[in-house]
Design a protein around this ligand. Structure first.
Ligand code: SF4
Length: 180
C-alpha cells in the first residue's frame, strides 16, 4: 500500500504565513526527509487564509474566522480535493495522517488561538489571543470530508515557532509512533 500524509500549505511554503513569519521549516524538513525515505508521499492542502485575504492579512482569532463566509470558502477550496482523495483510496493508497499548524485559527488540529472579543480596528495586543483546545476552522471542514470518505487517521500539528532540540526530538518520536 502507498501512504500519503496531508499537510497544511505552509508546511512547505513559509511565504504563505502572516508577518512576522514564524514557520518551522527546520522541523518540517526533518519530517519530510524521514517520511520520504520510508516511501510516504505528501499532499499539500491549500492555504485558506491566503486564498481568502492575501498576504497582507492581520493575525486573527479562531472566533473571527468562525463565520459562515470563511467556512464556505474553506469548503470551496477543499472541494477539488475530494475526488483526488477518493481516487487515491480506490487505488491502494492510505491517508496516513494529517499535519496541521499549532495555534492557527484555521489549521490547528489540537490547540487553536482564541479571543472571542477581537473585532474592529486592529489595536489589540497579540498576547490577548490565548491558546485553547480545538481545531482550526479549515481543519473542521477537512474533518467533515475525511469522515465522509471514511478516512480515520491521526492528526498532528507542527509547532508554529522554533522549539528546542529536546522538544524537537520528542515531537518527531511522537509523530513516528502514531503515524499509520
Ligand atoms: S496555518 Fe493554515 S492558514 Fe495559516 S499560513 Fe499555514 S496553511 Fe495558511
Amino acid at each position: 500500500m502507498d501512504k500519503i500524509i496531508l499537510v497544511s500549505h505552509c508546511f512547505f511554503n513559509p511565504h504563505s504565513v502572516i508577518k512576522p513569519k514564524k514557520s518551522n521549516t527546520n522541523l518540517s524538513s526533518d519530517i519530510i526527509s524521514y517520511f520520504l525515505s520510508l516511501g510516504y508521499g505528501f499532499f499539500q492542502l491549500p492555504c485558506p487564509e491566503l486564498t481568502c485575504m492575501g498576504k497582507k492579512r492581520w493575525a486573527m482569532s479562531f472566533e473571527q474566522y468562525d463565520t459562515p463566509f470563511f467556512k464556505s470558502h474553506s469548503q470551496k477550496i477543499l472541494d477539488p480535493l475530494i475526488p483526488q482523495l477518493e481516487d487515491y483510496l480506490n487505488n491502494d493508497t492510505i491517508i496516513a495522517g494529517v499535519i496541521g499548524i499549532k495555534g492557527s485559527p484555521s489549521c490547528a488540529t489540537h490547540i487553536v488561538s482564541s479571543n472571542p472579543d477581537w473585532e474592529g480596528i486592529f489595536q489589540e495586543n497579540i498576547e490577548s489571543c490565548i491558546k485553547i483546545e480545538g481545531d482550526g476552522v479549515f481543519i473542521k471542514e477537512l474533518k467533515i470530508i475525511l469522515k465522509q470518505l471514511k478516512i480515520n487517521c491521526p492528526m498532528f500539528e507542527l509547532p508554529s515557532t522554533s522549539i528546542s532540540n529536546e522538544e524537537k526530538s520528542k515531537w518527531i518520536q511522537d509523530i513516528k509512533k502514531y503515524m499509520i
